[in-house]
Design a protein around this ligand. Structure first.
Ligand code: G3P
Ligand code: CA
Length: 264
């Protein structure tokens, strides 16, 4: 079937095959040459940007308390993988610098800055200072649900693409994106429509949808013509897209018979 296929972006490095937001899963993504990874950033008490989804350390580590209250040295003592399986017990919370070094520009990195409920004042400056050491303007997308942060970031670092994380449909997305300085829209799939995807793309925006883990959702996103799919199961999505590219019709993909009922 001839159609545009979306990029495969591994959500938190792919939550299905290892502990999220660790170097173990990011390495697998590099080895598998997916299009991109998505990760979440908080800031340690000592100022380093660290890659972990929750501010509460009890969720994915053997620590307690909040990321913002711990030094990097304290954070590095925790296991970020034992909760997933003993095989990954040695995994630590990575710094964003470690992930940038590991990926080395080979994949797109979607850096989601978590800036709520607690704000990290000036985190845009920390991020710019770090990113500027790498020159990966073409492979970094900075996203956030905090659009005031995105606006500050894009004003100071317009060379980087920024993505609006939104759950819902806006009155005038292109105008809003221009106000923020965002070039991409990262909508939640459950509240997305094809018409709005087309409108955004016609306005020059890239559309990366999250977080889709089922064949029916992947097919729906492909039909909508999105630019990227964020998934916990990048291997499954790749297998699905490979299959979609090899069949003549969606009916064939879904294993439906062309013969009508009752015709033997
Ligand atoms: O990038 C979109 C998605 O990651 C946002 O949700 O909660 O998984 O960070 P969450
Ligand atoms: Ca995220």
């Amino acid at each position: 079937m001839k159609r545009k296929f979306p990029r495969i972006i591994a959500h938190r490095g792919g939550r299905k095959w290892g502990p999220e937001n660790t170097l173990a899963v990011f390495s697998k993504c590099v080895d598998s040459a997916f299009d991109g990874i998505e990760l979440d950033v908080h800031r340690a008490k000592t100022g380093e940007l660290v890659v972990v989804h929750f501010d509460d350390l009890t969720k994915t580590t053997n620590g307690k308390g909040l990321v913002k209250d711990k030094s990097l040295a304290r954070l590095k003592k925790l296991s970020a993988g034992a909760w997933f399986s003993q095989e990954f017990a040695q995994e630590k919370i990575p710094t964003l610098k470690e992930v940038l070094d590991l990926v080395a520009g080979r994949l797109v990195i979607n850096v989601e800055v978590k800036n709520a409920p607690d704000a990290y004042p000036g985190i845009e400056d920390d991020l710019i200072e770090l990113l500027d050491d790498y020159g990966h303007e073409q492979t970094v997308i900075v996203s956030s649900f905090d659009h005031a942060f995105l606006k500050r970031f894009s004003a100071k670092a317009p060379a980087y693409k920024t993505g609006l994380l939104i759950n819902g449909l806006l009155l005038d997305l292109p105008a809003y994106a221009e106000e923020v300085g965002a070039a991409a829209w990262h909508p939640q799939f459950v509240n997305l429509r094809a018409r709005e995807v087309k409108q955004a793309q016609r306005a020059g925006m890239e559309v990366n949808v999250w977080t889709l883990n089922e064949v029916s959702e992947w097919l729906s996103a492909v039909r909508m013509g999105v630019d990227g799919i964020v998934t916990d199961d990048p291997e499954g999505l790749r297998a699905f897209l490979d299959k979609l590219g090899s069949v003549q019709s969606e009916r064939e993909l879904l294993g439906k018979s062309k013969r009508r009922k009752g015709k033997g």
